[in-house]
Each structure stands twice: as structure tokens, then as C-alpha cells.
Design a protein around this ligand. Structure first.
Ligand code: XIL
Length: 371
């Protein structure tokens, strides 16, 4: 090769490299959406509230289908909304939610069938075990049955475990005994044969609770009952990144033959002086201004820390794309997050990838730039 040709090729290669670099940077940060960037890795989901389901907020209505390809109902499929009386059901919002997902060609997750929280008041008045079993059977048949073939996955049982891995002392445990979990999956499998069925809980990346979840899942499997996946909720705090435990959990759950999902991802940046762990929605605390350090804007250092946190999380998720089928955020933007009101009411939190004006945060850019 002549010197001239060598020089020429060198220049061409240099140009390709330069345009290649700037080109891919541009697409990650500016033009591509998360669902497109992560298309060959896992689904990217969001929880939806009522206003979003009814497409009442123009910015959310544009952003949700652009960025996400999976949706979870934040509240409207919970017992207190969908099954308010013994033989009364209210499917209006759930029908709208499912129709929305179909229209937008999204993966639809029903959340949830069996949970001790947000139950309709009539449930606590049911006396006998037989009547309680009838309630659970009717509930699953009616709700999972109605959306069979329409909802792609159900959180069949939510939060059945204590932090030490033992069974949570809920009304379900009290009335039906430990086997209620297996029974719920059996009923769901019959009512919705082509729907994926999940066990969903917070802190199950932690060793003791993870062991409890594994015991529970093995029990379901040993009974010959179908379970397809496990949802690690992912309500984490900027002060603690459980990367090692999370990695172990992904491996261990995958070993059970299950799909692994991060189902309710958000990262609180606010102080938590009681060292409250997890996401028990029944715990609430009065706050003072020290508990609300960023009432109008997040500090640069907290914003950067959050971005690096999300970057490490998604780096880990990308290591396990064979096992992880979906990563769902618990809300679209910071302004709508439940963490503004839990565990203390009326704070300003910044746990998601979009700010309250639907602008992409540094955390979004970090997650996008990994692709
Ligand atoms: C939360 C909702 O986001 C709030 O709007 C509601 O007031 C309480 O429940 N774990 C779960 C979710 O499985 O259903 C909870 O959602 C958050 C914790």
C-alpha cells in the first residue's frame, strides 16, 4: 500500500470513528427512548395513575408511549377499587387501563390479585375460613378471568413475607394458613391460562427475605402449580445500594427457572431517620422541615449521586439480560411519585428519571448512555 493510500484510509477511519462516536452519543441522549435503547435487553415499564390512564395530562400522554413499552396499574386493580363489595365489582378504570395498553401495543401487568393492603373494607368482616376462601376464589376468578388473554402478567401475590423470611401475619394467613399463596397461584393459573404469574415483594434481594421467597416459590413449584416470575420491587434509598445482594438474588431466582423483574423501581433521596426499611404502605410518620431538605430543587450533589446510582443499577441489569425480562419504574415523573407522601406526607422527593416537568434528569442520561 502506498503511503498516500495509507494516509487516506487513516483519515477515513478517523472520520468514521468520530462520526460513529458523536452519532451514538446523540442517539442515546437526544433522540432514542429508553424502550428503544433497551429493546433487545428487557422491557422498560412504568406504573400509571388514573389521570394517566385517562390521558388527561398531555405531557404524560405523549411521554408514556414514547419511553415505555410495559405498564402496571398503580392502584386501580387493587381490591378496594376493583372489588368494593362482596358481589360488587368496578371494572371501569381497569377496562380503560387494559384498553390503553392494547391500543399502544404495550405489555400489560395487572397489580395485584392478593395483598393484605388496600383491601375493600368488607374483607375484614368476613368471619369463617370457608367464606374467606370463597372471597379469594371469587376475586381471582372475576378479576383475572375478566382480563384473561388481555393482561400479559399478574402480580398474583404481593408482599406475603416478613423481613426475616417468615410468612407475614396477614388476614390471608390468619384465615387460610400458609398454603393460601399456592392456592392463589392455582386459581390464577386456571382463570388466566396464558398470563404470566408472578410473586412480587420488596426487600427480597436481602438474604433472609430472599431465602423466604425461595422457600415460598419452591413450595408452589413442588405442588405442581405454575409460577413464571418473581418481582423484586426495587424501592431503594440513595443511602444504600444493594448491588451485591441484588446480583445474588437475580442468580438465585433465575436458578428456580423464573423470569426476574424489577417491578416498582424508585430511589428515595430523602432522609429516613427511623431507618425504615422497605415499602410497607401502612407505616406513616409525621415530619418536620429537616425531613424535607429539597422542597423546591434537588441539590446538585444529590442529583449526581442519584444518577450514578441508576447507572450502577442498569449496568448490573445489563449483565443479566438473559434473566431479567422487565424493569418497571413506580411512576412517570418525580411530581407524581407516591414517595412525596410516604412514609411522610407532603415532602418533595426526586426518585425517578423524569423531573416534575417531564424533563429528563441526569439519571436518565446516565441510563441512556449505557446503550
Ligand atoms: C402504592 C401507590 O403508589 C400509592 O399511590 C398508594 O397510596 C399506596 O400504594 N408496594 C406495592 C404498591 O406493591 O402497590 C404500592 O403502591 C407501593 C409499595
Amino acid at each position: 500500500m502506498t503511503f498516500k493510500k495509507k494516509l487516506c484510509l487513516g483519515i477515513i477511519n478517523f472520520c468514521v470513528l468520530m462520526t460513529g462516536c458523536t452519532g451514538s452519543k446523540k442517539s442515546a441522549a437526544d433522540s432514542s427512548s429508553l424502550k428503544d435503547l433497551y429493546k433487545s435487553d428487557f422491557l422498560i415499564g412504568t406504573a400509571m395513575n388514573v389521570e394517566q390512564i385517562e390521558e388527561k395530562e398531555p405531557k404524560a400522554a405523549a411521554l408514556i408511549p414514547a419511553e415505555f413499552n410495559a405498564i402496571t396499574a398503580e392502584n386501580i386493580m387493587k381490591c378496594e377499587v376493583i372489588h368494593p363489595g362482596w358481589d360488587r365489582y368496578n371494572f371501569d378504570l381497569a377496562d380503560k387501563f387494559v384498553a390503553y395498553g392494547k391500543r399502544k401495543n404495550m405489555f400489560i401487568i395487572g397489580h395485584n390479585l392478593i395483598w393484605h393492603s388496600q383491601l375493600a373494607p368488607f374483607v375484614s368482616e368476613i368471619q369463617s375460613s370457608d367464606s374467606f376462601m370463597l372471597f379469594m376464589t371469587n376475586h381471582i376468578n372475576a378479576v383475572a378471568g375478566r382480563y384473561a388473554g388481555k393482561v400479559n402478567g399478574w402480580d398474583v401475590v404481593n408482599e406475603a413475607l416478613n423481613e426475616d423470611g417468615s410468612m407475614r401475619n396477614s388476614i390471608f394467613l390468619e384465615k387460610l394458613g400458609e398454603d393460601y399463596v399456592t392456592k392463589a397461584f392455582e386459581l390464577a393459573a386456571k382463570a388466566a391460562p396464558n398470563t404470566e404469574l408472578y410473586y412480587n415483594d420488596y426487600n427480597i434481594e436481602q438474604p433472609q427475605k430472599r431465602a423466604g421467597a425461595i422457600r415460598l416459590i419452591k413450595k408452589i413449584q413442588a405442588a405442581g402449580v405454575r409460577i413464571d416470575g418473581v418481582g423484586i420491587q426495587g424501592h431503594w434509598s440513595i443511602n444504600k445500594l444493594p448491588l451485591e445482594d441484588l446480583e445474588k438474588s437475580i442468580k438465585e431466582f433465575a436458578k428456580l427457572g423464573l423470569k426476574v423483574m424489577i417491578t416498582e423501581l424508585d430511589v428515595t433521596v430523602l432522609p429516613n431517620p427511623w431507618d425504615l426499611k422497605g415499602a410497607d404502605v401502612n407505616q406513616n410518620f409525621e415530619g418536620d422541615s429537616a425531613m424535607n431538605p429539597y422542597p423546591s430543587n434537588i441539590s446538585d450533589s444529590a442529583d449526581t449521586k442519584l444518577a450514578l446510582y441508576y447507572e450502577s443499577l442498569f449496568k448490573l441489569f445489563l449483565k443479566y439480560t438473559d434473566n431479567i425480562s422487565r424493569v418497571t419504574f413506580w411512576g412517570v415523573n418525580d411530581g407524581q411519585s407516591w414517595l412525596n407522601n410516604w412514609p411522610i406526607k407532603n415532602r418533595t422527593n426526586y426518585p425517578l428519571l423524569f423531573d416534575k416537568n417531564f424533563n429528563k434528569k441526569s439519571a436518565y442520561e446516565k441510563v441512556a448512555a449505557l446503550k
